[in-house]
Ligand binder design. Sequence first.
Ligand code: GLY
Length: 367
Amino acid sequence: MIKRLRLTLKRDIDESYDILIGHGLLDNIPLDLKRSPVGSKYAIVTDSTIKDIYGERLLERFKEENLNAYLIDFPAGEESKNLSTVEYIVRRLLQYGLDRKSAIIALGGGVVGDLSGFVASIYMRGISYIQVPTTLLSQVDSSIGGKTGVDTADGKNLIGSFYQPKRVYIDPSLLKTLPEREFISGLAEVVKYGVICSRELFEYLESNVEKIKGRDMDTLLHIIEVSCRIKKSVVEEDPWEENKRTILNYGHTPAHALEKLSGYKCLHGEAVSVGMRISGWVAVRKGFWSIDEWERQNKLLKSFGLPLKMDFNSDELIKTLYYDKKVEAGTLMFVLPRRIGEMASIGGRYKIPVSETELRRFLLELS
Ligand code: GLY
């Protein structure tokens, strides 16, 4: 005799949060948290580079406001994005006595944000966290939407959770100290938004290449705000990436594999740029996209100084692609543009299957 007890659980939770964007915001974070607290104690988690540039300064501002705060740092770089660093941060949080009412402040680029968000999602079964992105890439993309995680030896972001931050503070003036290569790398994600969702943004980028490369602050503020609006609306529509949100991964399927194959020597945005050329070509060859628009995309990427090609072995790339989270029932899936500002879908689904034979042929055409 089997007894069946049904435990009924339905989710209806409000996870809304504010994304604040403004020059000079960094120094005002403690005051804002005093007015509108997210935790009773704060751990600023950052990397070894940002600690010296902004970490100590932010900690000082917390002290000036008489807020309880601690600084935790780990070595900068993608190599730190693993479970060992997660354990290290957890132990430091315990040493500082952070409890379930405390909050983490992720101060840094994508690695810091993804890693700190993941720690927040598991520490004492989940505590609050705030994103304070310091790179262009994290300001326009990874700090918003609650994707957290770490890499494994097999590939990028293979362990993780969807866990939304409680607030995001974006200060474009932090980009003044960003190394040139990282700044350019972040522009790949901005071009991506243009291709996937906004012809207007794409055309704005085409018309303002020099101002953007010169880091004109008002121009940067504009492209960051537009990018965040796009990201926000896609995440609002599909927070768990059941369909629409996959469009944000345009170019990322090949990019993640290229990053892994390069031993993470190339930056994420550089791989995304090469990945957009590859995915864009797949879109052209499968009849979704015009070659003229594909070339226009590549021209814009190139004008920002982004790479369009990388050395790789097609067999190795294809093998690595199977670790992509979009793979379904052993089939490689790509998200593909239909025109600049709009992605293709089949039967309302944005993930489009591409056979290994097709992909091998398309990659050969590109080399
Ligand atoms: N970076 C892609 C996403 O957040 O879905």
